[in-house]
Design a binder for this molecule. Structure first.
Ligand code: URA
Length: 209
């Protein structure tokens, strides 16, 4: 079973409170979402595989460590996931970025992919899916499906605010992946919003209504 971790470092909690406030404007919201994503990715990468590499220091030759294999892939779920990409890239500047866009079928209410663009060799890469809100889990589950279908084997899902309902659904559908949140909130309301949450993350990031 993959793990579920709430990364509740004091700096993360402090910054999350800033963006929960309904009076936090677009500019600050954007900045702080990226700051939280940057702080989270440090922990999200804690167990990434390493390999030996010989390095010549000015003093001696040594065998040291570097991240193993091909470049990490950061995968924002459109559109709100885009708000976390720059923060993640601060710590993983050489990472590739794959995009997943999904829409919800009006009849079945199931999410469907309308846009997926990934780098090659997903089977040899560490994948980090980012989406600020894990609500029902529907799009998270579909995003993991989309990556697995394309060969991905090692997947982490990173959100800012999770609802218990979404965590349960995602872990039941994909028990092998690791799930990280900055906060585990109380519940989903009848409109599908996380309570207390922070509202519609996409609208708040992009200044839309
Ligand atoms: N998506 C959001 O942006 N906010 C929620 O509270 C739930 C889903």
């Amino acid at each position: 079973m993959g793990k579920f971790e709430v990364l509740d470092h004091p700096l993360i909690q402090h910054k999350l409170t800033i963006i929960r406030n309904k009076d936090c404007g677009t500019r600050e919201f954007r900045e702080v979402v990226n700051e939280i994503a940057e702080l989270m990715v440090y922990e999200v990468c804690r167990d990434m595989p390493l390999e030996d590499i010989e390095v010549e220091t000015p003093v001696a030759t040594a065998v040291e460590k570097r991240l193993a294999g091909k470049k990490v892939v950061v995968v924002p779920i459109l559109r709100a996931g885009l708000g976390m990409v720059d923060g993640v890239l601060e710590l993983l500047p050489a990472a590739k970025v794959g995009h997943i866009g999904m829409y919800r079928d009006e009849e079945t209410l199931q999410p469907h992919e309308y846009f997926v663009k990934m780098p090659d060799h997903l089977d040899k890469r560490e994948m980090i899916i980012v989406d600020p809100m894990l609500a029902t889990g529907g799009s998270a589950i579909a995003a993991v499906d989309a990556l697995k279908k394309r060969g991905a084997k090692s997947i982490r899902f990173v959100c800012l605010v999770a609802a218990p309902e979404g965590v349960k659904a995602l872990r039941e559908a994909h028990p092998d992946i690791d799930v990280y949140a900055a906060a585990l909130d109380d519940h989903l309301n009848e409109n599908g919003y996380i309570v207390p949450g922070l509202g519609d993350a996409g609208d708040r990031l992009f200044g839309t209504k």
